[in-house]
Write a protein that binds this ligand. Structure first.
Ligand code: NAG
Ligand code: NAG
Length: 172
């Protein structure tokens, strides 16, 4: 693990097999192999809005998990951080939210609708926090004792709550 300490904390490069590029999503023969960079804020938490802004200041975007390949890639990256060896759970903001229209989740950093619904059991539940706050922003969650239901799945949370978060670079 000491080896990883020598790398810039913000830049661990990972090769991932990408799904189709956005421009060619009707053509299943078109696939690209890309290098994606990730950042995981393992030492501090922010609310969803500030997490979005933090990623932008690094030239990155809050994470979107649009298909099984992107899920596998981010799981592999998070594994490389060693975080789940020392923590039983992981909760990190992604870009999905239904702030624009209740019940309709979109990845705010790509503008795409969430069509790969990998929600934890009984989620999203739009839980009511108080008179003016419901849960409208999504985290990626892992709980070591939760089995398949909390296995890097999605859960809506109050956007103003502070969580760790994950930034990524996007394909042009
Ligand atoms: C999440 O996605 C993975 C792989 O795509 C799948 O195996 C798993 O069943 C999904 N989990 C839920 C809760 O949808
Ligand atoms: C969690 O997801 C990973 C990656 O898809 C998979 O290898 C693993 O078997 C899953 N674990 C459970 C308990 O479903």
């Amino acid at each position: 693990m000491a080896r990883f300490g020598l790398l810039p904390v913000c830049a661990i490069v990972l090769c991932v097999l990408a799904q189709l590029s956005a421009q060619a999503n009707d053509d299943n023969t078109f696939a690209v192999f890309r290098q994606k960079r990730y950042y995981f804020s393992d030492s501090f938490k922010l609310n969803w809005f500030k997490a979005m802004e933090y990623c932008r200041t690094r030239g990155m975007f809050l994470l979107s998990v649009r298909n099984p390949q992107e899920r596998e890639a981010v799981i592999e990256y998070l594994g490389s951080t060693g975080y789940t060896k020392t923590h039983k759970g992981l909760w990190a903001w992604m870009s999905a939210n239904d702030l624009g229209e209740e019940g309709e989740f979109y990845w705010s950093t790509t503008g795409e609708r969430v069509t790969y619904p990998n929600w934890s059991e009984t989620e999203p539940n739009d839980f009511k926090i108080d008179d003016c706050t419901n849960e409208d922003c999504a985290i990626l969650e892992y709980w070591s004792e939760g089995g398949a239901n909390y296995n890097y799945t999605f859960n809506d949370r109050s956007c103003m709550r502070e969580f760790h978060f994950i930034c990524e670079t996007l394909l042009d």
